[in-house]
Each structure stands twice: as structure tokens, then as C-alpha cells.
Design a protein around this ligand. Structure first.
Ligand SMILES: Cc1cc2nc3c(=O)[nH]c(=O)nc-3n(C[C@H](O)[C@H](O)[C@H](O)COP(=O)(O)OP(=O)(O)OC[C@H]3O[C@@H](n4cnc5c(N)ncnc54)[C@H](O)[C@@H]3O)c2cc1C
Length: 485
């Protein structure tokens, strides 16, 4: 029987930590503390406000350094919106709202139209598009038949050919019905699911749908989630399940007027115990059925005792500041993450992109460190509006590119395609999309993690559990609080 008076510590005030607190409150828990090391909540949802010009008049607008978009499949995020009272815009955008329009740009600066048969028509292009359409249909069918059960959150049982988790389905979309859509738990056996441990490129080859990578690459690799020759197909397909991928293709996406950070600021304001800011957890000790958490604030250390601990921050770092067991050390030592770099910049007068753009030719390991996408959220503003530019700095088997080189390379790329950078207003490299290799996935890493949930009164949440996006992260919190508290 759950004891609702237990004292619970949550490490991290990002989407995972705040959603854990929200779901704890919904279950009747009242005694929890969230420690956040920065002076703000939201983690990688960070939306600075900048002054911009519109018809020559200066006004303030939100920009994104981290998370940008959602889709109809963002169920847990919707629950956060409801709790905080702050809602998305889209998928049909009105003038004055941040939108998701985009173009494809070649590296010589010309605009490409790879999915529009009538533009630059040729028989070769037409045949390629027909092949793509056929393979999209085939993949959609395979995911609903051969890979039934693939689209629940998390990875429980997948390596053994089973599935168990909250359904991600949307009633009426891609075969989902009322019975198997969010927030139902679905469970079953399907040996074919083991294929999802393969790198996505191999998974596509196995199923004769190699062409679909052309669709999946833009919302996946350019958003920093890695390359298809290294990332297990499970990560690709659980994030970009067929419904979500089609919403991307049809540009039926969501954005937030004041930025994604505001979702979490609003939730934090409504919580019984808003996050304790500028307070870093520096040590965790778990003797005698209790959890002692040491924090550093203003240079001073202090220790508090709790009944339970929820870790929403990187587990590969947790093992170094906690009294980690051998099992934790071994398991968390296998976690890898992407090095995703981005900056918000202004451009030479009149030269900023007034639409977002994908540079698909840079989305290959050979072009590591090159700009892959630029994001302009305020299309109706003057052409001096800042935009965000993104690049990946790592790939398995290729030497990493250092931060300064990535920054310089992105500047050169933007100049070459016609958007010369004037000034960087904000630049960063982030610990991004923690996951395990295809081999460790096949070895049942996720089931091993599940087996130690609750040991030493410790629970693991955060983006590693399902996938490094807002929805999978918040849904993982719903699942963990739902099952263990
Ligand atoms: C450039 C970029 C683009 C993205 N685009 C999208 C998108 O379009 N859509 C989408 O859904 N998602 C997107 N994401 C991903 C999304 O932002 C993350 O998946 C999500 O923020 C993960 O939430 P989290 O709480 O697990 O981790 P985080 O957001 O990383 O939050 C962890 C928090 O823990 C704090 N912390 C760390 N260590 C400690 C410690 N020892 N003590 C106290 N506090 C600590 C950190 O300061 C941070 O606030 C994007 C991210 C980036 C960077």
C-alpha cells in the first residue's frame, strides 16, 4: 500500500522533474522537493525573449534555444498544458503566431523541392517519389501488423520480443482505436519487435523501405538525434511513430507563443512546491532505507533526508556523485549522448532567413559539424529577425568535432547559402538524446534498468527512459509515477 506521506526528492527541474511532481500531486502526494541547479525551470526548453523589429517598431518576442515543436501525439504535454493553463498554437497558424513553415536548401544556396513532383519535373524524380510513396505505405502497414505494439512509450520487453507501456495512439489515426489509444497500458508478445534494436538504416533495409529515410531524416537527424547507421530503430520509430511522422510531412505541428519554456514555468507556478532553484545536487547516499541528498546553494552544502528519490537528470553523471551500486555503475556507464550545438544569431541587414530550412546534404556523418537546419519562428517580421542554427558534433566511429570548429563551420555554411551571420546572441552545446547502442539495446539494457527501479528507494525517469523529446519524457514520468507510487 503506497504511503502518500512519504518525503520524495526529485533531482532536476526540466520537463521530467516537473511532470513527476505534477503526477505525484495528481496521486495525492504532497511532500516532495524538486532541486534545480539553474535559476530557471524547463531544462532544455529554454526560450529567451529578444527585441525584434516589425514594420520598424521594436517589440519583444520569444526565441528557442531548445525544444520547439509538438504534434497531436503530445498527450502528456497536453496534460502539462492543462495543469499550467498555457496552450500551444497550431497546427493551423494565424498571422502573428510562431509557425513551422520550412524549405529545403541546397548547399549552393538554391532552394530545392524534393517532394514536389511538378517543380523541376523529371521522369527520374517522379519515379523516385512514387517509390517513396509506396514504401511509406508499406512501412505504415508493417508498423501496424508485423510490428504491432511498437508505439507505446518506453522500451520494456522490446529486446525480448514483448511490449508493455502506455499507448501513444490517437483514436482515429493510423489504425488506433479508443481501446488502444492514450492513456491505456498495452501489453503483448511480438517476436518481430526485436528488429527494433537494429540501427534504423538496417531496419529499413530488412523491410525493403530504404527510401523512407528521406522523410524521417529531416525531423530526426537535423534535430540532433543522431545518424541512422548508429541509432536503434526503436528510438526513431517510437519518437516518429507513423502518426507523428505524417504530421511532420503535412506540417501539422504545434508551437508555443512564448516558447516551450513557458509550459514548464506555468506548471511550476501551479505546483504545491515549486522547484528550489540554483540548488545543485552534489551527493546522494542511501543507507538504511533512507536517501540523504546533499545540495550546494550559494557555495554552501547542506544535507536533507528523504524516503524516496527520483532521478530525472543524466544517469551517467548520477553514478559519479551517488553511492552507486556496481549494477548502476555498469548500466549507466553504457549510456551515450549526442553533442548538439546551436546558436541564435542576427544576420547582416535584410539577410536573415524569413522561413526555416533544412540542409539535407549536411545530414550525413561525412559533414559532421555543418549546419543542418535553421529555424525562423517569426516569419511576418522584418528580414532582420534572428534565427536559430543547429549542428551535430558527434557520430559513432567518426572523430568528434570540437565546439569552436562547429561554431565556425556553421557561420561559413550560413554565409554560403545566403544568410551571413552578424552576431551570435546565444550559443551552446547540449547533452542531448541519451540512449544506448544498438548492441546494448539488443542485450536488454532497458529491461535491466527496469529490474533495478525502486532499489535503494531510487527511481529513474527523464529522457533516457523513452526518448529525448518533451512528450516521451513527460509520458515516462506518468508511467513511473503511475506504476511505482
Ligand atoms: C536544440 C533542442 C531542440 C529540441 N527540440 C525539441 C522539439 O522540437 N520537441 C520536443 O518535444 N523536444 C525537443 N527537444 C528535447 C527536449 O527539450 C528534451 O527532451 C527535454 O527537455 C528533456 O527533459 P528532461 O527533464 O529529461 O531533461 P532536461 O530538459 O535536460 O532537464 C534536466 C534539468 O536538470 C537540471 N540538473 C541537471 N543536473 C542537476 C543536478 N545535479 N542538480 C539539480 N539539477 C540538475 C538541469 O539544469 C535541467 O534543468 C529539444 C532539445 C534541444 C536542446
Amino acid at each position: 500500500m503506497a504511503d502518500k506521506n512519504e518525503r520524495i526528492c526529485i533531482i532536476g527541474g526540466g520537463p521530467a522533474g516537473l511532470s513527476c511532481a505534477m503526477y505525484l500531486e495528481k496521486k495525492g502526494y504532497t511532500d516532495y522537493v524538486i532541486y534545480e541547479k539553474l535559476n530557471k525551470v524547463g531544462g532544455k526548453c529554454w526560450s529567451p525573449k529578444l527585441k525584434v523589429k516589425h514594420n520598424g517598431v521594436e517589440e519583444e518576442r520569444s526565441f528557442e534555444t531548445g525544444a520547439i515543436m509538438g504534434a497531436i501525439t503530445y498527450h502528456a504535454v497536453s496534460e502539462m498544458e492543462e495543469f499550467g493553463g498555457y496552450y500551444h498554437k497550431g497546427p493551423d497558424f494565424k498571422r502573428g503566431e510562431p509557425n513551422m513553415r520550412r524549405e529545403f536548401r541546397n548547399l549552393d544556396g538554391t532552394v530545392d523541392h524534393p517532394f514536389e513532383p511538378k517543380v523541376n519535373f523529371s521522369i527520374g524524380k517522379m519515379l523516385k517519389l512514387l517509390k517513396l510513396k509506396k514504401q511509406m505505405k508499406k512501412l505504415n502497414e508493417l508498423m501496424q501488423t508485423k510490428y504491432v505494439g511498437y508505439d507505446c512509450y518506453g522500451h520494456l520487453g522490446v529486446a525480448k520480443g514483448e511490449y508493455y507501456g502506455i499507448s501513444k495512439g490517437v483514436d482515429g489515426y493510423c489504425g488506433a482505436t479508443k481501446e488502444n489509444s492514450f492513456p491505456n497500458y498495452i501489453k503483448g508478445t511480438n517476436p518481430n519487435l526485436k528488429d527494433l534494436a537494429l540501427p534504423f538504416s538496417e531496419f529499413c533495409k530488412l523491410n525493403g523501405v530504404e527510401e523512407v529515410q528521406r522523410i524521417w531524416i529531416a525531423p530526426f537527424t537535423s534535430f540532433g538525434y543522431g545518424f541512422f547507421d548508429e541509432i536503434p530503430a526503436a528510438l526513431v520509430m517510437k519518437y516518429l511513430d507513423v502518426t507523428t511522422a505524417l504530421e511532420f510531412v503535412n506540417m501539422k505541428l504545434w508551437t508555443w507563443q512564448d516558447g516551450t519554456q513557458e509550459i514548464y514555468e506555468c506548471v511550476n507556478r501551479k505546483l504545491m512546491h515549486p522547484a528550489v532553484l540554483e540548488t545543485e545536487v552534489v551527493r546522494v547516499e542511501r543507507p538504511d532505507g533512507k536517501v540523504n541528498v546533499t545540495v550546494r546553494k550559494n557555495g554552501e552544502e547542506s544535507t536533507e533526508t528523504f524516503d524516496k528519490l527520483i532521478v530525472t537528470t543524466p544517469l551517467d553523471y548520477f553514478k559519479d556523485y551517488a553511492d552507486a551500486t556496481q549494477e548502476e555503475k555498469t548500466l549507466f556507464g553504457k549510456i551515450v549522448h549526442e553533442r548538439y550545438c546551436d546558436y541564435i544569431a542576427t544576420f547582416e541587414p535584410g539577410k536573415s532567413p524569413n522561413i526555416s530550412g533544412y540542409m539535407v546534404d549536411n545530414m550525413v556523418p561525412e559533414r559532421l559539424g555543418h549546419a543542418m537546419v535553421y529555424y525562423n519562428r517569426w516569419q511576418h517580421l522584418d528580414r532582420d529577425c534572428p534565427a536559430t542554427v543547429y549542428a551535430l558534433a558527434n557520430h559513432t566511429g567518426t572523430p568528434d568535432v570540437d565546439y569552436d570548429t562547429v561554431m565556425k563551420t556553421m557561420d561559413e555554411d550560413m554565409k554560403k547559402v545566403g544568410f551571413p551571420i552578424k552576431e551570435k546572441l546565444f550559443a551552446q552545446e547540449v547533452y542531448y538524446c541519451p540512449h544506448v547502442s544498438a548492441k546494448d539495446y539488443a542485450d536488454g539494457w532497458y529491461d535491466k534498468l527496469e529490474a533495478i527501479q525502486g532499489t535503494l528507494n531510487t527511481y529513474y525517469a527523464g529522457e533516457i527512459i523513452s526518448f529525448g523529446d518533451m512528450e516521451d519524457t513527460c509520458a515516462a514520468s506518468k508511467d513511473i509515477i503511475g506504476r511505482f507510487f
